[in-house]
Design a protein around this ligand. Structure first.
Ligand code: IMO
Ligand code: MG
Length: 435
């Protein structure tokens, strides 16, 4: 397939990096199209573990060209740290990493503002990653942002920055925080702009040329559908369009270029930060999922809340984003639970609800309607075919596929590259009803 999009169907941390790394082996280009250093994509190769925040997960495959598209908000300091970190491990990105000249940059004061705005929200704090994402996209939308191309032209940004920072300082004053010093921001920007220079390019032009030449392009989403600024649990969301709908806007390829959409969903659900999470399991099962799945944020180190697969969210994601195939991740991490629950709908004020409510307050009040499945105790790490899975795991996966109305074409049973079950036609039919 010429252009494929991989995106998260839940609240992030679904295992997108692992799938992008696998598919990157057959891709000429890997492109990030939204989000910023709030992402934490983990790729494990043999003994080596790579956690990437801004770099596309294709960088680990030696032959791919990696692009940070115009829709990403780029923190140039984090980017340089990541580039340096990989260079030390023998991965050189010169000539195979390009940053869009139109990508907005995240400056130090965006991070300060992220924290100040969270403090002002008090009990209503969103639990952001403090990476400056909201303020940077805010500046972009209110047409006061700074782009990668501007960073290369210091004489252009001084006036712009002064006006911009003046507006932010008024908010900082309200939060009782010291103002941002424009002169020091400018000084820091000059140095980092020079380091960024060799990577900045018209990546839209590069991608159009590649697409027209029939090259294989993989678009890597960050965050997930539940955090989508339009479709997620607003305002407990991130500030971008996380799914395939964001690909065209965020990298410059036309919408019709997209040939295939792969949705990534964990076999259970996790969430970090605040906001609705109806299937959150606060008991021993949730604790066990967190332990089995090592559910700690790779960006902030925060423990992730764990709960049961939420088909209300996943079905909405599959249908609105046009998912062709689902990759079901971390099935192995459910081993050892006596009972596995699957949320097939919600109840709100005595009524059945089959789609996420628009208001986060209502979403929060929803109680899940569960189907109960038998658990299994076997270690799944060695399974390579669907038939290798214990019967109980087969039954559960069939039920998940049926309720999403979308084929599951890959099941992950471990973090290592080879630990997955490919299913070119989806999971073989027949759901056995259980109680
Ligand atoms: P990956 O790509 C999980 C969450 C934050 C917070 C909300 C808003 O690794 O799946 P932001 O800093 O974006 O303004 O925070 O979004 N969040 C993520 N949760 N995985 C991520 O990325 C996330 N990126 C942001 O915890 O609830
Ligand atoms: Mg993450």
């Amino acid at each position: 397939m010429a252009v494929t999009c991989v995106f998260g169907m839940q609240w992030g941390d679904e295992g997108k990096g692992r799938i992008v790394d696998l598919l990157a082996a057959e891709s000429d280009f890997v492109v990030r199209y939204q989000g910023g250093a709030n992402a934490g994509h983990t790729v494990i190769v043999g003994e080596e573990k790579y956690v990437l925040h801004l770099l596309p997960s294709g960088v680990i495959q030696p032959s791919t060209i990696n692009i940070i598209g115009n829709g990403v908000v780029v923190d140039p300091w984090t980017l340089m740290d990541e580039i340096d970190g990989l260079a030390k491990r023998g991965i050189d990105l010169q000539g195979r990493l390009f940053v869009s000249d139109r990508a907005h940059v995240v400056l130090p004061h965006h991070k300060t503002m992220d924290e100040a705005l969270e403090a002002l929200r008090g009990d209503g704090a969103l639990g952001t990653t403090s990476r400056g994402i909201g303020p940077a996209y805010g500046d972009k939308s209110r047409r006061a942002g700074m782009r990668a191309a501007d960073m290369l032209q210091p004489e252009r940004y001084e006036e712009m920055l002064k006006a911009n920072i003046g507006a932010w300082n008024a908010i900082l004053d309200k939060a009782g925080m010291p103002p941002i010093d424009v002169a020091s921001v400018i000084e820091e920007m000059r140095a980092i702009g020079e380091r960024l220079r060799p990577y900045v390019a018209d990546t839209t032009g590069m991608l159009l040329e590649a697409w027209q030449a029939g090259r294989t392009i993989l678009a890597e989403g960050a965050q997930g559908f539940g955090l989508d600024v339009d479709h997620g649990s607003y305002p407990f969301v991130t500030s971008s369009t996380t799914g395939p709908a964001g690909v065209s806007a965020g990298c410059g390829l036309p919408p019709k270029a997209l040939d295939r959409v792969i949705g990534i969903a964990k076999a259970y659900v996790t969430r970090v930060g605040a906001g609705p999470f109806p299937t959150h399991d606060k008991g021993p099962a949730g604790t066990q999922m967190a332990e089995n799945g090592h559910e700690f944020g790779s960006t902030t180190g925060r423990p992730r809340d764990c709960g049961w697969f939420d088909a209300v969210l996943a079905r909405r994601a599959a249908l609105t984003q046009g998912v062709d195939a689902v990759a079901l991740m971390k099935l192995d991490c459910l081993s050892g639970l006596d009972e596995i629950k699957l949320c097939t709908g919600y109840e709100l004020d005595g009524e059945r609800v089959d789609a996420p409510p628009a208001w986060a307050g209502d979403w929060e009040r929803c109680t899940p309607v569960y189907e109960s499945y038998k658990g299994w105790s076997e270690d799944l790490g060695g399974c390579r075919r669907f038939e290798d899975l214990p019967e109980a795991a087969q039954v559960y996966v069939r039920a998940v596929q049926a309720i999403m109305e979308t084929p599951i074409e890959m099941i992950s049973v471990g973090a290592e590259r080879e630990r997955f079950i490919p299913l070119s036609d989806g999971v073989p039919a027949e759901v056995q009803a259980q109680s």
